[in-house]
Ligand binder design. Sequence first.
Ligand code: MN
Ligand code: MN
Length: 305
Amino acid sequence: MHRNPHPDLIKAGKIAARVLSEIEREVRPGVSVLRICTLAERKLLEYGATGLAFPCNVSINEEAAHYTSPHNDSRVLPERGLVKVDLGAHVNGYLSDTALTVDLDDSYEDYIAASHDALNAAIEAVRPGVRLGEVGAKIERTIRQHGLNPVYHLSGHQMSRWTLHAGKSVPNIGTSTSARMEAGQVYAIEPFSTNGSGAITNGSSVYIFSNNMTDKHKLDRLPTEFRDALRKRFGTLPWASRWISSKKYDIDALLNTLLRAGAIHGYPVLLESEGGLVSQFEHTIFVSDDGPIVTTRRDSESQIP
Ligand code: MN
Ligand code: MN
């Protein structure tokens, strides 16, 4: 059977690609992180997304991922360093997930090249039947050729409708996993390069959450109401504490109650364990019978298959 990507998958990819190219131009020293997040999220909806795949992440230097602005964030981009912008749209549940890194004063070219080349090498390897550990080996080899280390605690991931992390992982190092890509599947591939060891630790800040849709804990009336409202609004996809405001609820207290009960899941800011600098590039790829279809390719990247 010849499998083609769903038109909504293609649309979700194009929307995210367009927004990421536009946002890339906004990433400069002194710019507010909150402005980047809200601008990206507004554009995704403006350009036709049904909704956001997840909150826009703007992670700086040793932060590998999962920083999104909280309410009233006063953080601004530094004079130099590596800024990862990671965003995605969904169209009727068909997802995109894509990221790039901006080098604020062009002093970390190797980091940009390492993750970018690694992503291209991985994409070239995509075909039905390829072993995921082999894709990881291509990523690892490319990053090491640039004299950096792969962030081995993070991986790419299969995606399915309404589910960002579904099933199989795409490691950022060579592994012996027997899992293989199959025609018709969708993957986000996301190499991270660092001058640290490549291990990740959880930071203390948590600004991104998702619902545990099957949690049936008996909670008080207010937390139950809040949990049901979150499920109704966001379903299975991640959301930001910044997106929630209420006169009725004490949001922080309720989030803590739901976290403790296991009714929601928190995603802490992820830090390179040695404080190393981290770069990342990411694309969403449909595995067709003929090879990769990159749904999130930007106009400036015509060399990618
Ligand atoms: Mn991503
Ligand atoms: Mn991803």
